[in-house]
Design a protein around this ligand. Sequence first.
Ligand code: HEC
Ligand code: HEC
Length: 269
Amino acid sequence: MRFLTSGRRHKAARPLLLLLSLFLVGAVYAAVSPATSSSAEGVADAQLVAAGKNLFAVNCASCHGLNAEGLAQQGAPNLTNVGAAAVDFQVRTRRMPMANPLTQAVPGSKTIFTDDEIKALAAYVASLGNGPAIPDQNQYDPSNVSAEGAARGGDLFRTNCSACHNFKGAGGALPNGVVAPRIENTPPEQVWEALRTGPGQMPVFAAGAIPDQDVQKVIAYIKQVNAAPSAGLSLGGLGPVAEGFWAWVAGIGSLVLFAIWIATRGTRA
Ligand code: HEC
Ligand code: HEC
């Protein structure tokens, strides 16, 4: 660039110098300033995963292993492919971190995580493999389900769920002391997550079996059947024990009446 070094400058030298320095300032700024826009998300994700890994090491690794590979002696499963949804479900319902790994995971953990911490734990586990992500509202929100939709949800519920959870979702007992919990008031997001991740003894219902629109219908049914005023005795709400109890009272009662009737006839004869 002869015009920069020679005494006699070209008349374009000043504007060119200005442009060059502006460009240099820009380049230096871009190099030293924190990454912005597109790469910012990647950095934030990496930070979330790192934070989640630390939380996991402190709160979960004693049972699930430092790399979430699972520890057989604790009965704690490998989490590599359970996905963010499983972590969100287990930690949000306070099943995890589990207090006693020898029993069914029941909500009772005393360690309560903030939303951000749950997100971090979920991001860490999600980073290890494949599994369902935490759902968006449009995947589980039942508010647009029609009346026919809710009726269809009822069919699906009776076919797929009521054997364990009772026809209204009031819960029930399974073999070996396992309990299928009440689900009348479970938030829709957690119903979706339970279906997709199959906690404990519950089977997984993948999108192929019950697609998102049908999950919304099932949720609409659970809401509807529990909002409806119950006709007569709400036996369903009390579960199988109460039903058995009333059958017992009615059965024994009629036997007693029958015995009295026979006795009175007997003395007359
Ligand atoms: C005391 C041991 C223990 C601790 C601590 C613990 N877990 Fe668990 N975890 C278990 C056991 C046992 C199971 C299997 C329970 C079941 O089948 O109901 C399980 C299951 C899970 C599942 C379900 C996996 C699946 O297949 O859907 C997830 C997710 C999970 N744990 C995440 C966590 C996270 C995250 C933490 C820490 C915040 C944690 N756990 C801490 C013992 C533990
Ligand atoms: C084979 C029995 C079985 C079937 C069938 C079943 N579940 Fe479950 N479900 C369970 C058990 C057991 C649990 C508790 C899991 C655990 O230990 O963490 C559970 C947990 C749940 C939860 C979590 C509730 C909470 O505590 O937050 C929801 C929601 C749920 N089930 C909904 C459903 C729906 C909807 C269906 C039908 C599409 C269904 N389940 C089918 C056994 C079953």
